[in-house]
Design a protein. Structure first.
Length: 416
């Protein structure tokens, strides 16, 4: 029996559940996520952004964070491509291995949202609208064996390379022209074809930030980006009313900006680590209201689309869905005198959680780790202590709760 077999599309998406004769059908659901480059939350909140406000009114707006655990094993630079890959893979840079905009050696074993969606259901239609070509060819790794040979159904990107159509000038206004081009095409393509999963990336705001810092030019660029989002939002509303579809839009940014001038980013200051998420989805949960992170976007979108993340990948995802039911977040672990102490944030106290431990990280090489159960605990306890398995300085810990799973690492102390 196939674990997941695809039966029908359009009005309903049906799957045969693993090891069961039950067929479950869901309404077709579509998602678009938009990354607006380098917009700090404090500045965004002071601008007039009618499109983002309307989306937030339908669902919600929240500040969020990125950059991994500050000073810890998952600390990740607040740099653009690093930030996009948090969104795509639901993991921090210690896993996805993109540390800067060179994107030299992404670890594709931490699968991106397009690959997971396409693998779960090859009929899903995907699209990308972007200035940068690298977003498709390097981060998603389209057509690369190592990245699962994913092929996007529609790509409208790479315009930064087209200097004939968009001549480069110091003021970087050509990036605004490209964003116009990209957002108009995204809106018209979505209105006409309604792809299941799309990524829109708009860049100009960051270029203005680098050039002018926190300035009127930057405020203006944010308002323009809002209008570009508005185009896409209008297309979505049209599809929802005319095609009886249910859509999720998520708009976010890839990093904040430095506190001094706003011209820079890359460091670990609070302002650089602070981002924001807005979405039209109504079923926002405690995670959205408490302490969401950019890595939460990937599991949230897949949950909305009724796409199950494969178990071995889910165990590695650093994000928590911010829609639907969730149990736990923010797992912390420490080792003292051969005891391991776990602590977590309780989002929903019901039920029992099981704790698993592995002393290897073979997942990074595409292999499985041997996880052992070390016990069960009531979710509401919020903590658990157990004897550390001997002879290791490295541990991967997973807390499997009724509504979601979270993980953390214990790493050897740095060599002196
Ligand atoms: Zn950026």
């Amino acid at each position: 029996m196939p674990s997941i077999s695809f039966i029908a599309r359009f009005a309903l998406v049906c799957i045969v559940l693993a090891f069961s004769p039950i067929v479950e059908c869901f309404p077709q659901k579509n998602a678009v996520f938009i990354i607006l480059d380098g917009i700090s939350a404090d500045i965004l909140e002071k601008q007039e952004t009618p499109a983002l406000d309307e989306i937030a009114k339908a669902g919600g707006y929240t500040r969020a964070w990125l950059g991994g655990i500050k000073g810890g094993y998952s600390e990740s630079p607040t740099i653009s491509a690093v930030g996009y890959n948090h969104v795509l893979t639901g993991t921090w840079a210690n896993k996805h291995n993109v540390w800067d905009n060179d994107i030299a050696k992404p670890n594709y074993h931490y699968q991106n949202i397009f690959r997971i969606a396409k693998t779960a259901n090859p009929q899903i239609k995907t699209a990308i609208f972007s200035t940068w070509l690298d977003n498709r060819t390097k981060l998603i790794g389209e057509g690369l064996e190592a990245a699962g040979n994913v092929k996007l159904d529609y790509a409208f990107d790479g315009f930064e390379l087209d200097e004939e159509k968009f001549p480069h000038a110091k003021d970087k206004k050509f990036l605004f022209e490209i964003d116009e081009h990209v957002s108009k095409e995204a809106a018209s393509y979505i209105a006409e074809y309604g792809p299941d999963l799309s990524w829109v990336y708009l860049e100009f705001t960051d270029a203005v930030g680098h050039q002018y810092g926190d300035s009127n030019q930057y405020f203006e660029a944010i308002k323009n980006a809002d209008a570009q989002v508005g185009r896409i939002w209008q297309a979505i509303k049209k599809r929802q009313s005319q095609n009886n579809e249910e859509w999720m839009i998520v708009v976010t940014t890839d990093h904040g900006r430095d506190a001094e001038t706003g011209k820079n980013h890359g460091g670990q200051s609070d302002r650089e680590r602070t981002v924001w998420i807005t979405t039209n989805v109504k079923s926002l949960n405690e995670q959205f209201k408490n302490n969401p992170a950019s890595v939460d976007i990937m599991p949230s979108i897949l949950r909305f689309m009724n796409i199950e993340i494969p178990f071995d990948i889910k165990r590695e995802v650093d994000g928590v869905p911010f829609i639907g039911k969730v149990s736990v977040a923010n797992l912390k672990a420490s080792k003292n005198d051969n005891q391991i102490d776990l602590q977590w944030h309780v989002l929903n106290p019901e039920g029992e959680a099981e704790i698993f431990i592995a002393t290897t990280n073979q997942f990074k090489d595409g292999k499985n780790d041997e996880y052992k159960s070390v016990g069960k605990v009531k979710v509401r306890e919020g903590k658990f202590r157990f004897a550390a398995p001997a002879s290791s300085a490295f541990y991967k810990l997973v807390l499997q709760a009724p509504h979601n799973m979270i993980n953390t690492w214990i790493v050897p102390p740095p060599a002196k």
